[in-house]
Design a protein around this ligand. Structure first.
Ligand SMILES: [Zn+2]
Length: 251
């Protein structure tokens, strides 16, 4: 079997591409399609899967891609049953992301990493989980002494880091090299599956480094800013911070 290209991991800004249909199967809610290459993110690490469309070159028919997910190493595209029928194996199609949604998720994901970076660097608290939707997200920390005053301080520090226009880099490291980086240990890198030969990392240069599969903006200036919208205790030690994005101010 050919290796299928998964561009979301190497180029987060790739939003449309031509591809051929490799397999079509019937899912519960509509056809499920695998392409020889794709720009769709399949979801994971708290970042939801992309949505978009698939357009067939031969007759201009379009299908809505409701969601994508990983299955057996492939990224599969779930089409909307309501569109009727399905493309066929071998068809040439153009796939197009719902870019406004994806880009908002990229900004949100990078903002959450900036939050993790500040909370770890300045307060020594580890992240235990997180989730996001376009423009808003939450992170959970082992952070016993969190308070309202502290949260306001964290918000200001995160905004300072975002405004510092830090580059955001994607790296793929051999497993041994990744496991030798102390900063990666805190992000539960030891929970990664045994067999994987490489570890993908996201680095906000000078602030944060994490093993991560998601899509991010290339520079924190694209995030704009954040507002902390709430914080709550999930127990004596576990605390949750919620944030939403503020749009960048045009130069
Ligand atoms: Zn992440």
């Amino acid at each position: 079997m050919n290796v299928r290209e998964q561009l979301c991991y190497s180029d987060a800004y790739a939003r449309t591409i031509e591809a051929h249909v490799d397999t079509v199967t019937d899912g519960d809610a509509g056809p499920v399609v695998v392409l020889d290459r794709t720009v769709f993110y399949p979801g994971g690490g708290g970042q939801p899967a992309d949505r978009g469309t698939l357009l067939r070159a031969s007759d201009g028919r379009t299908w809505t891609v409701r969601a994508a997910r990983k299955a057996g190493g492939d990224i599969v595209h779930e089409l909307d049953l309501a569109d009727g029928g399905s493309p066929e194996v071998g068809d040439l199609v153009t796939i197009d992301l719902d870019w406004a949604r994806r880009y908002a998720l990229m900004r949100t994901h990078t903002a959450l990493h900036a939050l993790c970076g500040v909370v770890w660097r300045d307060y020594g608290a580890q992240v235990t989980g997180g989730n996001m939707e376009p423009g808003a997200g939450r992170m959970d920390f082992e952070f016993e002494r969190m308070s309202g005053d502290l949260v306001a301080e964290i918000e200001a520090r995160v905004n300072h880091e975002i405004a510092s226009k830090r580059d955001v880099r994607v790296n793929v490291l051999p497993r041994d090299e990744a496991f030798a980086i102390p900063d990666l240990i805190r992000t539960k890198i030891n929970l990664l599956p045994e067999g994987i030969p490489e570890v993908r990392t996201i680095e906000i240069v000078g602030l944060d480094l994490q093993a991560d599969g998601g899509t991010h903006v290339a520079n924190t200036s694209e995030v704009g800013g954040i507002r902390v919208t709430g914080y709550e205790s999930k127990g004596r030690i576990n605390k949750r911070i919620r944030l939403e994005l503020l749009d960048p101010i045009a130069d």
